[in-house]
Design a binder for this molecule. Structure first.
Ligand code: SIN
Length: 411
């Protein structure tokens, strides 16, 4: 599309942009006492449309981010207010959705991804499972900054095996050449296809489908920012064609029947994580922090976190997971007061093995992913041995498919 046609297309969006700007102006006006007004509170709002019974139903659970961003001008790619536009208005601007799915929306919140608390992610996970009771798939829209964390939180906790697709955008909705509309459309196409059922949460951006466990944001601005180091993408979306070229190991656990036939019940038993949020309070999710190792790194941060009551620390070590002498001594002191550790590598790919006692190897998980798994393992277990067992199983088993394929082994 030419520049002029893009600008003409944007003109059609002006009422939406103006309405959102006016709404923001009202909300952010200073209070009567001159104190800055508080940002708008998230008001979950569901919009259910009339259904065409021949089509699958997809619910979009919207949380904001750049995708819902309102730019200063049609070309201000980096000057915009993330988490501003409402999903229902955005969906109304996406053409041809009625050929793909019955699309409902739930406005869970509207802010940048980094603004969400762990307690809010707990609520988000329950909202996704609730939507999956009546929908064939869910699309979650978030900012891209912590999308891999929000996605992995869902991957670890959602109970339904139906498709969950997380997406967002690197350019706000209202600039020329935005990826927001295409990403939203293709995420809905992916969820509606049903092809990622039993995959856990997948990430769809830039036409590519990734296992959220393995994917990471690699660039601050580029639209192909999400990459899966070493393993590569699961598939892609070309027009309405969803092509899946490999399965995440977790999906193969469905077939790990130990000799019995595959039924939904035993598939679910293998596939579900032990991290059922309905059995704990959100306050049970403990604080876990990340220590980033470097040349002669000090151990003071680890001492301070232990003193502050942090229950778990992930180390992003050099090479195969090494940390400095001072950090290692601080880790020993922290273990003595009950803190548990997971070792990862800061290299960007590769596995970490070994460790003993309260120091667990995170296999091929990166540090932000390992942090969430350690949080879950700590919340659902008591004692080093049980935390370690859960952590190691879900860090490692998902990374190795061979245990799911006994019938294909040669003797
Ligand atoms: C955010 O993560 O909310 C802002 C950045 C983005 O969405 O790309």
């Amino acid at each position: 599309m030419s520049f002029h046609r893009n600008v003409a297309a944007l003109r059609g969006r002006v009422p939406l942009a103006v309405a959102a700007a006016v709404a923001l102006l009202i909300v952010f006006l200073p209070g009567a006492d001159g104190a800055p007004a508080q940002p708008p509170q998230a008001v979950p709002k569901s919009v259910v449309r009339a259904a065409d019974e021949a089509l699958p139903t997809v619910t979009v659970v919207a949380t904001g981010g750049t995708m819902a961003g309102l730019s200063d001008t049609p070309t201000s790619f980096q000057r915009y207010r993330a988490g501003t536009l409402l999903m229902e208005d955005m969906l109304a601007e996406v053409p041809n959705l009625d050929e793909v799915a019955n699309v409902n929306s739930l406005q869970f919140g509207n802010k940048g991804s980094g603004g969400y608390t762990i307690a809010e992610l707990y609520d988000l996970s329950l909202a996704v499972d609730n939507a999956l009771r009546t929908s064939d798939g869910v699309v979650v829209t978030t900012g891209t900054d912590t999308m891999e964390e929000i996605g992995f939180f869902l991957d670890l906790t959602v109970r339904s095996p139906k498709p969950v697709v997380i997406t967002g955008a690197m350019r706000p909705w209202t600039v020329i050449g935005s990826d927001a509309q295409a990403n939203l459309f293709n995420a809905i196409v992916t969820a509606a296809s049903g092809k990622t059922g039993w995959f856990g949460t997948v990430l769809m951006l830039n036409d590519e489908i990734h296992a959220v466990r393995d994917v990471t944001k690699t660039s601050s601005y580029r639209m192909d920012t999400f990459q899966t180091p070493e393993f590569g993408l699961l598939g892609y979306v070309d027009d309405l064609k969803v092509r899946i070229m490999r399965m995440p190991p977790r999906a193969l656990r469905v077939f790990e029947t130990r000799g019995s036939v595959v039924t939904t019940a035993n598939a679910l038993r293998n596939w579900r994580t032990p991290f059922d949020l309905t059995t704990i309070e959100k306050a049970d999710l403990p604080r876990v922090e990340i220590f980033y190792n470097a040349q002669e790194a000090g151990g003071e941060a680890i001492d301070a976190w232990a003193a502050a009551g942090v229950e778990g620390i992930v180390t992003a070590g050099t090479g195969a997971g090494g940390i400095s002498g001072a950090a290692g001594q601080a880790r020993t002191r922290a273990v003595q007061v009950g803190v548990m550790f997971a070792s990862t590598t800061r290299t960007g790919s590769g596995s970490v093995y070994g460790g003993s006692g309260a120091v667990f190897p995170a296999d091929s998980l990166n540090a932000p992913h390992a942090r969430l798994l350690l949080m879950m393992a700590l919340a659902f277990n008591d004692g080093v041995d049980d935390v370690r067992a859960d952590f190691v199983e879900w860090a490692g088993l998902q990374a190795d498919i061979t245990s799911a394929l006994p019938s294909l082994r040669t003797s």
